[in-house]
Design a protein around this ligand. Structure first.
Ligand code: G3D
Length: 188
């Protein structure tokens, strides 16, 4: 193999490496993390997804970025698994079932414990997905920001809340475009 082809192989590998990002997807069980991951991977809603047990590691390719999503179950007994994944993480996606107002306080507590007050994730941008917007009772971003106290809790952090439906795909591309933009800016 010639020097140039070895060099260009190394360079391509390097460029790919630079565009890799580890993204953590967090959220309560049944928020729609798995559905969202599958939607981004395939561009369609997939039926018959079984709830995440333990952890589910997947790769998304979006606009040239290889994004490793680590979809960790929200079930109480598995929350200890989340800690393993924090180091080296470039961004966090927090998925909320915006139609389930009863579990919003629980989602807010988890967000505080695992993201807002987590020193390892202090600087990482956070994409908050207000999911299930296809349901009539879903709470939209401005109200979600107030209810989760994000305007105060996240004032030192780059974050955005997107109204999405992992079922219909509404808002998903826009949300991931925002995320990729943050990753690109953080590389500069
Ligand atoms: P999880 O990975 O966060 O645990 P899942 O959640 O992706 O398994 O989703 C839990 C349930 O919510 C699934 O329904 C899934 O189809 C549904 N869901 C996910 N996203 C949306 C959405 O945007 N809108 C609506 N209406 N439903 C959604 P089942 O019936 O399989 O439990």
């Amino acid at each position: 193999m010639s020097f140039m082809s070895t060099f260009s192989k190394w360079l391509m590998g390097k460029l790919r490496e630079e565009r890799k990002a580890k993204i953590l997807i967090l959220g309560l069980d049944a928020a729609g993390k798995t559905t969202l991951t599958k939607y981004v991977n395939t561009g369609a809603f997939l039926e018959g997804i079984t709830p995440t047990i333990g952890q589910n590691i997947d790769t998304i390719n979006f606009e040239g970025w290889d994004i490793t999503t680590i979809d960790v179950a929200g079930q109480e007994q598995f929350r200890f698994l989340w800690d393993i994944h924090y180091p080296g993480c470039s961004a966090v996606i927090f998925v909320i079932d915006a139609a389930d107002i009863e579990r919003l306080p629980e989602a807010r507590d988890i967000l505080r414990i695992h993201l807002v007050n987590n020193p390892i994730l202090e600087k990482v941008p956070a994409l908050i997905i207000a999911n299930k917007q296809d349901l009539p009772q879903a709470i939209q971003a401005p109200m979600m920001i107030q209810l989760l106290n994000l305007h105060l809790d996240m004032k030192e952090r780059t974050f955005a809340v997107f109204d999405c439906s992992a079922l219909t795909g509404r808002g998903v591309v826009e949300a991931f475009a925002w995320l990729v933009n943050q990753l690109e800016m953080n590389k500069i």
